[in-house]
Design a protein around this ligand. Structure first.
Ligand SMILES: NC(=O)c1ccc[n+]([C@@H]2O[C@H](COP(=O)([O-])OP(=O)(O)OC[C@H]3O[C@@H](n4cnc5c(N)ncnc54)[C@H](OP(=O)(O)O)[C@@H]3O)[C@@H](O)[C@H]2O)c1
Length: 506
């Protein structure tokens, strides 16, 4: 019987998913250890996993359940966000299984299909399962075909729900993304496919929607009448580390611009969704991505760079070319900046500058909304010499929060106006820590809530924007070097200078 005191539309109380198994393909890999297993622990610790929950790991290594449990425990302890409680882990451990096998091994997949059936009887999973593909992208087709062959993906035949979680990269260009989407769609229905862009799981990214659509203050000025330009930055201070194998064929534009930055652009530029659900959000995001226009003079407005040796945090670091397993003369970009325009009435004439790079001075992701100057200043020029443009900055990470920069009178007898900042910090305003992005997204998968997951159309629209840039870069030339510890190559500054603007220094 439903609780008469509880309004079913009240979303404040956390929802607990129904019984299910989480099958992680590639459970011994880096992502599973660093993010997925800790997220499972954190969810269990918060009471957000159902009693009939089973974690089932699949990978090549010949491990037994006990070996896997030990490794998983270490990973959970190391990566957990919430405090350690042995009794919580014990409950997970009792419902943890490991199945060794290679992706081309039919027997292993037959065994997995049988196991999923048995788990319903032994652990009450209701036959429900989410399959997480935490595996090298080239293994996707084999694993999907195995799932199709064994009927594992079929929620009609199994009379339960079956979902798949796909990690980025979602292809490496439009053609390969269409091919991959086709493959996934052959096996799963569209509503059962969850593509992870972990940026969308971040509290601050979701707060962008609250900031814009739950307040009266910002929306009336959220347009080309008041906004001069938008700058979206994702900077990392680290280099590529040991990931040359992945990074060499990818580069900054495919790795970050195509997904995280274009998703941030879409959320910044979109109109209000008619309601806060997956279909309505997607409809608005897609309109923005479809309206994105590349500059005519793309060569001047798509800048790529590669880090050279330099100093970061008092330490001497190698240039990209000297990193382990990087090919001599590699032209892979570790920095990408581009100007995009959004051809809608709201954004006509407002450039969106996107940039991302490795070995930049610090790790920061932010959306900077730069406002136009006041049309008239009743002060003398010298009074406002120190006054910059008003800015609203959404800090995605770290120091999650929002900053508003505006002019204020300097105390004293003269009328001198200078920029000041007003800060909202998540860590100070709320006592509860934000969940990790993977924790939030994994929960949404198990609940079947797709609001924070990009769909095929968004992925394909994003590649339509990135492909011409990649084609231009592939046609010749090489990235401009920038010293590690600096904010990218000179070309990026020149790009904004050409438009009479400068980058924010986050
Ligand atoms: N790592 C990250 O931070 C990160 C971030 C974003 C996206 N991703 C994406 O997440 C996915 C996984 O990345 P990862 O870094 O975790 O990769 P990884 O460390 O290389 O792990 C790959 C996993 O796949 C298993 N595997 C590979 N080939 C197999 C085969 N033929 N049969 C059975 N198992 C096989 C491996 O098992 P064995 O160990 O037993 O060989 C291992 O568990 C990739 O698509 C990646 O692009 C990763």
């Amino acid at each position: 019987m439903s609780n008469p005191l509880r309004d079913p539309r009240d979303r404040r109380l956390p929802k607990v998913p129904g019984p299910c198994a989480l099958v992680v393909f590639g459970v011994t890999g880096d992502l599973a250890r660093k993010k997925l297993i800790p997220a499972v622990y954190d969810l269990a610790n918060r009471g957000l996993l159902p009693p009939g929950f089973v974690l089932l790991g699949f990978a090549r290594r010949d491990w037994g359940d006990g070996d896997f449990e030990q490794i998983a425990k270490e990973a959970a302890k190391k990566g957990a966000r919430t405090g350690w409680r042995e009794e919580v882990w014990q409950r997970i451990a009792e419902a943890t299984k490991f199945l060794p096998g290679s992706f081309d091994d039919d027997d292993a997949f037959d065994q997995l299909a049988a196991m999923l059936k048995d788990l319903d009887a032994s652990h009450g999973t209701g036959g429900n399962a989410a399959f997480y593909l935490s595996i090298p992208p080239n293994a996707f087709p084999t694993v999907l075909k195995q799932m199709e062959r064994t009927g594992m993906a079929d929620n009609v035949q199994t009379n339960s729900w079956r979902r798949v979680v796909v990690e980025k990269p979602f292809g490496h260009d439009l053609a390969s993304a269409i091919e991959l989407n086709g493959l996934v769609d052959d096996v799963f229905t569209a509503d059962d496919v969850f593509r992870i862009d972990h940026y969308l799981g971040k509290e601050t990214v979701q707060n962008l929607l609250a900031l814009r659509f739950a307040n009266e203050l910002f929306e009336p000025i959220w347009n080309s009448h008041h906004i001069d330009s938008v700058q979206i930055t994702m900077a990392e201070d680290v280099g590529i580390g040991t990931r040359a194998g992945f990074y060499e064929g990818t580069g900054a534009a495919r790795d970050v611009l195509q997904n995280h930055l274009l998703q941030l652009l879409a959320l910044t530029a979109m109109d209000e969704p008619v309601q806060f659900d997956a279909a309505a959000l997607r409809a608005e995001k897609i309109k923005v991505l479809d309206a994105v226009r590349l500059p005519k003079d793309l060569a001047s407005y798509a800048v790529r760079g590669q880090y050279d040796q330099g100093w970061l945090a008092g330490e001497r670091v190698n240039g990209y070319q000297a990193e382990e397993n990087v090919a001599a003369g590699s032209t892979t970009e570790t920095f990408a900046a581009v100007r995009l325009d959004v051809d809608t009435r709201r954004w006509a004439g407002v450039p969106f500058y996107l940039r991302t790079g490795k070995r930049l001075p610090r790790r920061v992701t932010e959306i900077g909304i730069v406002f136009k100057k006041a049309p008239h200043l009743p002060f003398s020029k010298s009074d406002t010499e120190e006054l910059g443009a008003n800015q609203l900055v959404v800090r995605v990470q770290p120091d999650e929060g929002v900053t508003l920069r505006f002019g204020s009178k300097v105390p004293g007898t003269t009328m001198e106006v200078r920029d000041v900042a007003m800060d909202f910090l998540y860590g100070e305003a709320f006592t509860e820590n934000s969940p990790e992005a993977y924790e939030r997204l994994l929960l949404d998968v198990l609940l079947g809530d797709a609001a924070l997951f990009p769909r095929n159309e968004e992925v394909e629209a994003s590649w339509r924007i990135i492909d011409p840039i990649e084609e231009l870069w592939a046609s010749g030339g090489e990235p401009e070097l920038y010293r590690a510890g600096e904010w990218g190559p000179k070309g990026a500054d020149e790009m904004l200078a050409r438009d009479g603007r400068t980058w924010r220094r986050p």
